[in-house]
Ligand binder design. Sequence first.
Ligand SMILES: C[S@@+](CC[C@H](N)C(=O)[O-])C[C@H]1O[C@@H](n2cnc3c(N)ncnc32)[C@H](O)[C@@H]1O
Length: 400
Amino acid sequence: MAAPAPYTVRFVENDQEVVIRGCVRPRDAAGMADIRACLDGAAASVAGVLFINLKRLRYLNFIGFCELARFARDAGKLYPDLKVKLVISSVVPWADQRFSILPDLLPNVVVEHYDRAFYPGQGVIENDALIPVLRTQTNIVWHHERDLLASHGMRPGMKVADICCGIGDFAVLMRKEFKPSRLVAVDHSRPFLQYATQVAKDFGINDVEYVFGDATNLFLEDDDFDFVTSRLSLQVFNQPESILRELMRICRPGGRVYLTNEMMSHNYGYPRHETVSWTYRQIDEMCQTLGMDMSFGPKMFSLLTDLGFEDIQVKTIAITNRNTSPEDFARVIESWEAYVTGELSTATNLSEETVERLRSGLRDHVYTITSKRGYATWPLYVASGRKPSGGGRRSRGEAS
Ligand SMILES: C[S@@+](CC[C@H](N)C(=O)[O-])C[C@H]1O[C@@H](n2cnc3c(N)ncnc32)[C@H](O)[C@@H]1O
């Protein structure tokens, strides 16, 4: 029996898009005749722009590249009004080097690096100003999460993927507690992954696979992992459903996808509750202007249901100053203060006056956390669902 082709190609007529995935390594042009035929057929049937989606093209050898360039040149001659837009990803570093020369040679070609600015909050999330926030948060959440993970089905020896892993601290803690047989941790922030790999090196950890990637276009196999986690991330990405579909895809039937997200507008602190509540509502609104939904937590159940997950479980972690070290809790809010009044306020063009109100509201929260008679909360929602044996619901046009 012939080995399956290491790539797939298909034309999605409604999107005027040819999607090429996998590894294209032909020995000669004849070795990718099916791709060429698909491209020729697509060019003949569309008007305006023909998109060539290379987001999941893991590898393309030089012969393959020349054949794609030849197609673009021929299409320019045959259809002078047609633009050929090649959509590439920074996840495969060679793509930029190879394709960026084409627009200079062929005026009908446009190259788009789709993940350079692919979600509105990217600029404020994917930079090292968030590192202290992520570190202090995991520090207090892990104590609650360790037992919760087991109650959501995590067991020692499982094959685990942590998608949108941030600085990798959660992956390291899971590794220690559950000793997975394989642990892959993916994120789209280079500074976070750099931090994660440095920590792993410093601590002699060599069995966590840190990977630069986009959670909506993962280079991971279908049906592969027993347990897939994604913490505090669907809330920052403007298309949470696209991430969840990918988490479901890489999870094996019967395995579980585990999520956490916040309900920022319910953060609370007494006795200074009025300023504290105003502050978190304001932060929620600022984040909304950047496409984030920081009150996504309670919405997870509906999304898991819509995608066809089974046995969905939702729980809350109520972090309070009574069940968590007040000093550690206060440190989290202090890290938020620096981030909110800096990075986030700059990105949302806040006035000096509003920034000062936010600063004061966050300090009031710290006051309620550390004061003897104060009561302060940070509620987190945890949800998981089992992937059905049939694989769940796919969106229209999605490949099987
Ligand atoms: C609030 S952080 C949470 C990080 C980590 N899971 C944690 O709990 O500390 C959100 C993370 O999602 C990542 N992220 C957002 N959208 C992504 C995408 N499409 N692909 C990969 N990572 C993404 C960001 O880079 C960031 O590390």
